[in-house]
Ligand binder design. Structure first.
Ligand code: DX5
Ligand code: ZN
Length: 214
C-alpha cells in the first residue's frame, strides 16, 4: 500500500516543518483536505494556502476537495500546484465536465464517495479516474472511527477496475491506523490516507513502513 498522510491534524503555523516530518516518515505523497463549511460542517483553507504548501515541498499533493461547488475553484487549485484533484460524487458541480477540466490541465483526477453512496455510483466515471476514494468516516473531521462496513465497496470497486483492465487506484480515508490498514488492504485498497494515527504515533516511520508492506 502507498501512504498519503493527511495534514489536517498538523500545526499550520509550522507547515514547512510538518511537511518535512511527513517526508521523513518515508510516506509516498501528502493528502491535503480542503473543506468549505457547506459540503461539510468544517472549514480548512483554499488555493492561496495550497500555493504556500507547494513552495515548501516537492511531494505529490493529493488534494481532497470537500466542496459543494468544486468546479468554481478548479483553475485556482490547478494554478496553486495540485498534482491530483479529487472531487466528491455528491457535490453540486457537473461531475463529467469537472473531471474533464482537471484532466485537460494535466492534473490527475479523483472521485470520492461518502459512506452512504454505493460503489456502483462511481462506476460510470472509472474510465476517466486516476483514483477513486472510499470514505471510511463521514467527511469533515480527523480522528474518527474507521467504518469496516465500507470494505465491500472497496472490494466492488477493485473488482470492477480489474474487470475493465483500468489502472485507477482505490484510496481509503478516515480512521486508518496499524489495525485498520490491513483490513482495507485485504479488501483491495491501494492507498491509505493516515491522519491522526500518524501525527500521534510513537514511531511514525515504523507505522508508514508497516502499512507500505501490506
Ligand atoms: C476527513 C478527512 C480525512 C481525515 C483523516 O474528512 O478527509 O483526510 O482528516 O484523518 P484521520 O486519519 O484522523 O481519520
Ligand atoms: Zn481526506
Amino acid at each position: 500500500m502507498k501512504v498519503s498522510p493527511s495534514i489536517l491534524t498538523c500545526d499550520f503555523a509550522y507547515v514547512a516543518k510538518e511537511f518535512q516530518f511527513v517526508e521523513d516518515t518515508g510516506a509516498d505523497m501528502i493528502h491535503v483536505d480542503v473543506m468549505d463549511s457547506v459540503f461539510v460542517p468544517n472549514m480548512s483553507f483554499g488555493p492561496p494556502v495550497l500555493a504556500c504548501m507547494r513552495k515548501v515541498t516537492d511531494m505529490f499533493l493529493d488534494v481532497h476537495l470537500m466542496m459543494q461547488y468544486p468546479d468554481r475553484m478548479i483553475p485556482a487549485f490547478i494554478k496553486a500546484g495540485a498534482d491530483l484533484l479529487n472531487i466528491h460524487l455528491e457535490c453540486s458541480s457537473p461531475i463529467d465536465e469537472t473531471l474533464d477540466t482537471i484532466r485537460n490541465a494535466g492534473v490527475k483526477t479523483g472521485l470520492t464517495i461518502k459512506p452512504a453512496t454505493p460503489a456502483e455510483a462511481a462506476f460510470p466515471y472509472l474510465d476517466k479516474l486516476d483514483l477513486v476514494l472510499v470514505m471510511t468516516v463521514e467527511p469533515g473531521f480527523g480522528g474518527q472511527k474507521f467504518m469496516a462496513d465500507m470494505m465491500p465497496k472497496v472490494a466492488a470497486l477493485r473488482a470492477e477496475i480489474d474487470r475493465r483492465g483500468l489502472k485507477t487506484k482505490v484510496e481509503v480515508d478516515g480512521g486508518i491506523n496499524a489495525e485498520t490498514a490491513p483490513v482495507a488492504a485485504a479488501a483491495g485498497a491501494d492507498i491509505a490516507v493516515v491522519g491522526s494515527a500518524l501525527f500521534n504515533a510513537a514511531d511514525p516511520k515504523a507505522l508508514v513502513a508497516a502499512i507500505q508492506k501490506l
